[in-house]
Design a protein around this ligand. Structure first.
Ligand code: FMN
Length: 193
């Protein structure tokens, strides 16, 4: 099927790319509100909506967090991660002007799925507004360490009681044309009719 024959929603889903180079411009307030609203409308187990959205747009704070998360990559047991982090000019947040961390109530039924779905809604909403995004897993890896948890508190990033981060992504206006999609696997469908 030709992309121009598809409706806008499908075009947005197929056209979203992970963006790894950002303009310094902050998200327009109206756009951020729409993105968050899209997150709130994600499905959640028993409609518990166990999420909380922490939006960090303070650039010095993002810079500090970036450096700390990078150190987790550098010390990782995973060789590929260490290699990436050691590359010249590597940044965790790609100089994006906004980081959204979705935390969930650990006591909820399925907070990991709920928060991930909320994040996916936000990334697609952003794409529909020509705003780029990229999931950044290192935030969760960093928070999982004692050092990381401590640093979040030191930096004044405090999540609601009983919450833990399940999804984190940066958002901003892409500084470059979107990359072509990576190849998609085939043979991943079984239809039984
Ligand atoms: C669970 C998860 C963790 C990811 N972690 C990172 C990350 O730490 N840094 C990064 O640049 N991209 C990260 N990504 C983005 C993937 O690399 C990206 O989605 C994938 O290569 C497909 O490219 P696309 O998003 O442009 O379709 C992550 C994606 C997911 C779903």
């Amino acid at each position: 099927m030709n992309t121009s024959d598809m409706n806008e929603t499908i075009q947005t889903i197929l056209g979203r790319r992970s963006v790894r180079a950002y303009k310094p411009d902050q998200l327009e307030a109206g756009a951020l509100e729409l993105i968050l609203e899209a997150g709130r409308y994600a499905p959640s187990a028993m409609n518990q909506q166990p999420w909380h959205f922490t939006v960090i747009q303070n650039l010095p704070l993002l810079e500090k967090l970036d450096t700390s998360c990078k150190s987790v990559f550098m010390e990782s047991d995973i060789e590929a991660l260490r290699e990436v982090a050691l590359k010249d000019g590597f940044t965790v947040f790609y100089h994006a002007p906004a980081l959204i961390v979705v935390t969930g109530d650990s006591a909820a039924l399925a907070p990991q799925y709920d928060c991930t779905l909320a994040m996916q809604n936000m990334m697609l909403a952003a794409a529909s507004l020509d705003i780029g995004s990229c999931w950044v897993h290192s935030v969760m890896m960093f928070y999982a360490t004692e050092k990381g948890k401590g640093l979040f508190q030191e930096l004044g990033i405090v999540f609601p009681e009983g919450h833990k981060p399940f999804a984190a992504a940066v958002f901003g206006y892409s500084a470059a044309p979107l990359p072509e999609p990576g190849p998609r696997k085939s043979g991943d469908v079984t239809i039984m009719d």
